[in-house]
Design a protein around this ligand. Sequence first.
Ligand SMILES: *Cc1c(COP(=O)(O)O)cnc(C)c1O
Length: 397
Amino acid sequence: MNMKEYIDEAESVLLHTYNRYQIVWDKGDGMYLYDIEGKKYLDFVSGIAVFALGYNNKAYNDALKDQIDKVIHTSNYYYNIPAIEAAKKLKKISGMDRIFFTNSGAEAVEGAIKAARKYAFLRDGHTDHEIIAMNHSFHGRTMGALSVTGNPHYREAFEPMIGNIKFADFNDFESVKAAVTDKTCAIIFETVQGEGGIYPATEEFLKQVRALCDERDILLILDEIQCGMGRTGSMYAWQRYGVKPDIMTSAKAIGCGVPVGAFMMTEKVAAQSLTSGDHGTTYGGNPLACTAISKVIDLFEEQNILANVNETGAYLYEKLDELAAKYDVIKAHRGVGFMQGLEFSEPVAAVINKVMEKGLLLINAGVNVIRFIPPLIASKKDVDDMIAILDASLKEM
Ligand SMILES: *Cc1c(COP(=O)(O)O)cnc(C)c1O
């Protein structure tokens, strides 16, 4: 079958929840993806901030194959060594104390919300607590995660949400303060808003919210699903600010393609929240998933991934700044490391399609922002190649 035939077939069997680009992938290697007709694309999307190590990493593939030959799944009613290893390593890189493995980002957010509610319930003996979330945030598509997602368009048809959620403005401490009541049990936000258009939290905002949470015994939940795992140049984005959350979420790059996530918490929260019978998952933390996490963390260290993100990310910043100065249609440049965005004065769909014709993958974040979220192994040469295609495309348009 050719590409068109596969796409027609896909549209006849899959639920149409995505307007997909007209490409069928065959395989990946390093920074490149290949479609089934053999066309090669430089990838600055990495499966939405997932494939941090680049495609077809041999050490990663071999670790997974070895585990498949041993055992893929057992059950959370028993222990398994990959889960112990993965949890130990996650503790070390995050500074959190207790880990719960999930199968996705949204599930990690669900768990974080449950942990916060249980903490407040044990403290106060009642259940009418409130959570403050941010406008323009994104936390996932399940009902709990959707309830704290600050995009009314995503929520509208699925009301009622879980309830007792208030929205404040990101990076506007006064609006957060104004939303706090005696019932507030948690404040949740992304350390760098991803889907909302690549907006990093300001240091001042993070510090002020942290102080407010300490003062009122409110739990700070940081969603690091997109901005975590090295993307901003530190393992977790909050580590750059010297402010620690009480609960945090991680997913996407944590498994580099194997569907996994985690929510993690400090001992203070763990000692007084979810306990046996409160939460569970059939797959979460299974030996295959945890082998992926464990190997990914090892490879981050062996391949000096953070050093590359800091160095090449700064280079990307310079190059995008130059591009922004060159074209009036580019209104703003934001972000850090390998999580950057260019805001245009018009929808970016045409630009994305244009660069795709020329063999470059970019993705939007909202209607007007192009997001740059390459595999964390991207080199300066990859940045140059990407900029050359983008520049040529903008010139033509
Ligand atoms: C992608 C994302 C999620 C949802 O993760 P899924 O694995 O798609 O459920 C949640 N929060 C943030 C910040 C994300 O970027």
